[in-house]
Design a protein around this ligand. Sequence first.
Ligand code: SF4
Ligand code: SF4
Ligand code: FES
Length: 246
Amino acid sequence: MSEKELVRFHIDGLEVEAAKGQMLLPVALEYGVEIPHLCYHEAVSSYGACRLCLVEVTKGGRTRMTTSCNYPVEAGIEVAVSTENVQRARRMILELLLARAPHSEKIRTMAQEAGVEEARFRVLDVDDCILCGLCERVCREVVKANAITFVNRGDRREVAPPFGDPLACIACGACVYVCPTDCIKMEERGDERTIVRWKRTLKMQPCQSCGKPFAPLFQLNWIIDRAHLPKDFYALCPVCRKTKKG
Ligand code: SF4
Ligand code: SF4
Ligand code: FES
């Protein structure tokens, strides 16, 4: 297998090294350079949706502003992460995001840190979703359930189960975990788990030892089928499984 070509370049004057073609944002984060970001997650492909990870890149004497999560690095580029231009653009983006997701703790904190107190824009039907697509990518690329997708265009664009039918959702909660605005809620009542945003409720399997319901039966069987595991692989909850092993 061929070794990846390593390239050197500068981020805010700091010399860094990375594999050619690697995206700029993870390289910066690895070197401890903070760049605000919302739609990037190391577990899934980059999508460049929130525009928050803007930086200025100088290459061959020309400087341009670009999102860093989907910018492949090259030898000799000079990256500046918080120039006046970048800060101004970031503030504008945060105002827009704040208008879309006014209840998001994360966005409010980011906006405050950037000096944005209030959004001048108004968005009707606010539901705190910034259309970052992280939930859709994690469901498709990691969980591989393809239970949700982007639907509609323009103002009506949203992430939802295809044709409004959440039947493919295994209620694993991965989308809940990655959503940067916390607008996908998961509730557990008795032996049922509900992913509120997708209107999906599934019965949970009780642990054969302690009796506590611990995960949706549909999810466990789905994993067992795909990974060719023994049928009783998930008979015990994680706690009893650990105790038994110990
Ligand atoms: S809870 Fe449903 S929609 Fe969310 S990642 Fe799991 S399968 Fe996909
Ligand atoms: S529901 Fe959350 S993760 Fe999904 S697109 Fe909206 S903000 Fe992003
Ligand atoms: S993190 Fe780069 S565009 Fe969202």
